[in-house]
Design a protein around this ligand. Structure first.
Ligand code: KG4
Ligand code: ZN
Length: 336
């Protein structure tokens, strides 16, 4: 059976067609990055309007690349939570329309859970039970995942998401938006020990994260204490050292939290998803930690790390368990 899945939670309009194996037949993503970059971040109303323009052409393209017609689709899946509510509503409304018109079931998929399921999709084999971590522009969350449809939240960020911290620090350093890839690139030539930025581990009994203090610390390091008379922006080696030292602080906290979760849950596998999992230093540090502990690590290729609709193949597992959505499926902005 074939599934058509839609994604519109933030600033990518995406559609995918996959089989019930699941095997991906097409994965189309229309990025809005260019639209938002002049504002230095995603503007919710601009995102929702762009989704409206893009959603049907993206679905057409996904069907064309999969070489199937809309009547071949047996189930519609949509990321209905979490995300920007106006953006989510575009995908949810379109998905309801398709399901109703075709007379096929509708499945609501949690976008953050789907980021972890992307590891299963890319591996082509079962990865559960595992610890799952999602690190993206909107979310930083750690889960215990006993099976493919159960995601027990262990901890989440109390302020900025990891990707948000990368984007804000990139903005402080004058590197543009989105800043994660730029910081990653520049950090490669920097000394990660040049500046000891703070690591926020919060209380001993929590798996929560906090990155806003780190961001402020970078701001003061770069601009100095006098806001009316800021220091000139660092360049060359100095810039690379700030980027590498900041990145190291984020990576250290993320890896340590994963390690704590692996110890607590005793899971033999770790699955990491979301845009920040593209970060080379994070991948390297996670690989080292997992090797040391004898844990199997799953990080999908880039196309399944950043926002996409193929990872909604989690719907295949929900379908098998009869977990369908009602006609009143809603867009829920917060992570539940
Ligand atoms: O998952 P994603 O595509 O969208 C959200 O759901 O947010 O993640 C985007 C985030 C952005 O904050 C971006 O700066 C960050 O992922 N990112 C990176 C890298 N590539 C993307 N952060 C650090 N290093 C990278 N190489
Ligand atoms: Zn995402």
């Amino acid at each position: 059976m074939l599934f058509l899945a839609l994604e519109s939670s933030c600033d990518e309009t995406a559609a995918a067609v996959f089989t019930d194996e699941p095997r991906v037949l097409s994965n189309v993503v229309a990025s809005q990055t260019a639209l938002h970059s002049r504002f230095g971040g995603v503007v919710p109303e601009v995102a929702a309007r762009a989704h409206l323009r893009q959603i049907l052409p993206v679905v057409d393209e996904a069907l064309r690349r999969a070489n199937v017609g809309i009547r071949d689709i047996g189930c519609i899946a949509v990321h209905n939570t979490p995300g920007l509510v106006g953006a989510l509503l575009v995908g949810v409304s379109a998905a309801k329309g398709f399901a109703l018109a075709l007379g096929v079931p509708l499945i609501g998929v949690n976008h953050v859970h789907a980021h972890i399921y992307a590891g299963r999709l890319a591996a082509g084999r079962d990865i559960f039970p595992c610890v799952g971590m999602v690190v993206s522009g909107g979310h930083t969350a750690l889960f215990d995942c006993p099976d493919a449809v159960t995601y027990q939240l262990l901890g989440t960020t109390r302020d900025d998401a990891a990707g948000e911290a990368f984007d804000k620090v990139a903005s402080i350093l004058g590197l543009g938006f989105p800043g994660g890839p730029a910081v990653d690139r520049i950090a490669a030539t920097g000394n990660p020990k040049a500046i000891r930025f703070p690591r926020s581990y919060l209380e001993a009994d929590t798996f929560d994260f906090s990155f806003s203090g780190l961001k402020t610390s970078v701001l003061y390091n770069v601009q100095g204490q006098d806001r009316n008379n800021p220091q000139p922006l660092p360049t060359g080696q100095q810039l690379a050292d700030v980027a590498a030292s900041f990145q190291e602080a984020v990576v250290e906290v993320l890896v340590k939290r994963c390690e704590q979760a692996l110890t607590k849950t005793k899971r033999p596998r770790l699955a990491v998803g979301g845009g920040v999992s593209a970060n080379r230093r994070l991948r390297e540090a996670l690989t080292d930690m997992c090797k040391r502990r004898g844990v199997e690590l799953f990080i999908p290729p880039l196309e399944y790390c950043t926002d996409n609709a193929a990872m909604a193949a989690l719907a295949v597992e929900l379908f098998r368990r009869g977990q369908f959505a009602d006609d009143d499926l809603d867009a829920v902005p917060y992570l539940t």
